[in-house]
Design a protein around this ligand. Structure first.
Ligand code: DLL
Length: 432
């Protein structure tokens, strides 16, 4: 049930010693090979040879997505292109693309870390793994593919899209583990229902979902509808791709592969560390990357660190599921609103579907949020009075959760766009 037992269950002291050695090597690497860091270290008077404890990390500069954009495409690479064997890129929802690279060793490390995540979720060489993440510049498909092969599973690299074909192959090839975004897993589950395929036509046991935020309620729904154990896994292109952190079968937080990544949780406004266990922005430093090491990368992802030991025996600390991003956080009428808060409310309401969209508009000087929620047919075609009652209930619950009033509109099933990759939940029409 472990992939690297000696690393995943390492004592803290030994782990910290390893982290320090690797951090020293990484700092040396970037100071020597990446002009951007050399310059920053010089400005801040940082001696790359002067690191004798992990505490020193806090004196290092942050790296942001903007820094990657400014150095597009290869400016932050720490090796010449001749040593790079793979390039991935993230288009991002806004702005210019960012590019990351991997050496042969990086690909080996990456594969072994996604193998850890897969093993922790229950996948073994006995499994047939269907990877419905895109294969391409996105890191999801290739990242998990190499790990699944390393584990020895039979991999179906179906890539994303073509939902009916996914389901046909899932039945015919007796897929036991499904890998995709949680929203696509729900779309697959809905399509199974719609086509009236009995669940016993499938051999599914596990689902590994990631690449976008989801909630406990969504997990329950996926687990029930597909009759699987669903685990969360996390990663980002700038740091590596999938394989940064993943849940074990306990499903209570994601173990971070701390022998390869240093974790900090900061207050995104003051940039100081938060108190232990407090919510804040995740900041990651790579410890073993050769082609694209990154120092104190501000992920913009919000989470908290769980210090308590996990019953699974891994000593790698856990982060709580990502609750949102500090930058897609909406500020409406001065109130911080996270899509996940809205999602939690919607999921508690009978008759709603797990498909919703949050539209933000500015009328005059006033911001207005409208939440569009798909509801089952019986409600959509119900009398106005009954619909009105449901809308009022949702409005009340949202108002008490968010602290501001929002408009709610019930829409017909399948009227909101579906995505085969990451779901688009927010439509911000304000010209801010
Ligand atoms: O989404 C890497 C990945 C692929 C992770 C497949 C897991 C599975 P990017 O496209 O660079 O990389 O997007 C990274 O997606 O900063 C988070 O905001 C979000 N994200 C990724 N995993 C999760 C998750 C991949 N489990 C960005 N929960 C990150 C919530 C996630 N958000």
């Amino acid at each position: 049930m472990y992939w690297h037992e000696e690393k995943e269950c390492m004592g803290r002291e030994e782990l910290e010693q390893l982290q320090l050695e690797r951090l020293q090597a990484t700092i040396y690497r970037v100071a020597t090979h990446v002009p951007f860091y050399r310059q920053k270290f010089k400005e801040l008077n940082i001696d790359p040879d002067g690191f004798t404890s992990l505490e020193g990390l806090r004196s290092l500069p942050f790296t942001t997505k903007q820094d990657l954009r400014d150095n597009y495409p290869y400016g932050l690479f720490a090796v010449p292109l001749r040593d790079v064997v793979r390039v991935h890129s993230s288009s991002g929802t806004t702005g210019q693309a960012t590019v990351v690279g991997y050496t042969g060793n990086d690909i080996k490390t990456w594969s072994s870390l996604t193998a850890r995540v897969l093993t922790a979720a229950g996948v073994s060489k006995e499994d047939v793994v269907q990877i419905a993440f895109g294969y391409g510049l996105f890191t999801g498909g290739f990242g998990l593919h190499y790990g699944a092969e390393l584990v020895g599973a039979s991999v179906i690299p179906i890539s994303s899209g073509n939902t009916r074909r996914q389901l046909q192959i899932m039945q015919d090839f007796r897929t036991t583990a499904l890998i995709c975004t949680p929203s696509y897993a729900l779309l697959l589950a809905d399509t199974i229902e719609e086509l009236g395929i009995p669940l016993n036509a499938f051999s599914l046991k596990y689902g590994l979902f990631g690449a976008e935020p989801w909630s406990e309620a969504m997990r329950r729904e996926i687990q029930e509808k597909l009759n699987i154990v669903a685990t969360d896994n996390y990663g980002l292109s700038e740091v590596m791709g999938p394989g940064v952190a993943g849940e074990c079968r306990e499903r209570r937080g994601l173990h971070v592969n701390e022998d390869h990544f240093l974790v900090e949780i900061i207050n995104p406004e003051t940039l100081e560390p938060v108190a232990p266990g407090e919510l804040g922005e995740l900041v990651l430093t790579t410890l073993t990357k050769e082609a694209f090491p990154i120092i104190r990368y501000r992920t913009r992802d919000l989470t908290r660190l769980i210090e308590e030991p996990c019953p699974c025996g891994r000593t790698l600390r856990r982060i709580e599921r990502i609750t949102g991003r500090s930058d897609d956080m909406l500020i409406v009428k001065g109130v911080n609103v996270y899509p996940s808060q809205i999602e939690n409310v919607i999921f508690e309401i009978e008759g709603t579907k797990p498909h919703y969209q949050i539209v933000v508009e500015r009328e005059g000087r006033i911001d207005k949020i409208t939440v569009l929620i798909e509801v089952v047919e019986s409600i959509f075609f119900d009398e106005m009075r009954k619909q009105g009652r449901i809308i009022d209930t949702i409005k009340q619950k949202l108002a008490s959760e968010l602290g501001i009033g929002v408009e709610v509109k019930l829409v017909e099933e399948k009227s909101l766009g579906r995505s085969e990759g990451k779901a688009q939940r927010i439509i911000d029409n304000r010209k801010l």
